[in-house]
Design a protein around this ligand. Sequence first.
Ligand code: 15L
Length: 267
Amino acid sequence: MQTILITGAAGDVGTRLRRLLKGVYPRIRISDIRKPADLRADEEFIAADLADYGQVEKITAGTEGIVHLGGYSVEGPWDTIHKSNIVGCYNLFEAAYRTGVKRVVFASSNHAVGFYPRDKKIGVDVTVRPDSRYGVSKAFGEAIGALYADKHGMRVTCIRIGNVNDRPLDKRRLSIWIKPEDLVKLVRIGLEHPDIRFEVFYGASHNEAAWWDNSNAARFGYRPDGRSEEFRALAMAEQTKLSADAIGDRFQGGPFCSDEYDVDRKI
Ligand code: 15L
């Protein structure tokens, strides 16, 4: 990999990855709809709106691998999710294909499977159970990634990211936390491992309270070193500041599940 593109480079995860990938690949092009506040002189930045196909081709052209973080990263109105994450994700894969990009690492999310209960351990082969329009858009991204892999031979890795942070923020995050350096390991497997065709990994560190079987990532050599248990006391102290959430506390997606939840409504 000589030249890679990182979309969504101005966001929190993008900012961390830019820092951690510096020097790993000879050329890193970064893109976002807005210029990152901390843009460095040695970084090649091209602004692009993912919803505009022409702009997307300009950022993918001349790159060999893409880390696609761009889009709307939480629940939002349909119009926003549709433009940023559905149209935007389609444009990204189509432009990557047309401009000859070999590999895409897609930032999927735990919210593609957020409606699995916390007492069920799931692997990467389960049916998607999105907990939000945002989660649906991530399931769409995984599906379109599979299409470009199977039909066009693109090498695609979807990482169902839990929560990227310096430490797990609360009880739920003890199960889904990923240390930024561990995310870099998964991204590098996606960009470099010779056997990648189409793969789904969970973006999680070594978490004793995990709800996910991440043996597929282990098969590709993933060895996380983040351990959420080391932060249990802190996370549980933070948890006491949150109000109880009868629905959110039952499901893996937490508040994304209870938001707008009205299964018992009278029609
Ligand atoms: C995500 O997918 C979001 O992008 C992030 O902001 C967090 O909400 C995370 O999930 C989470 O589930 O904690």
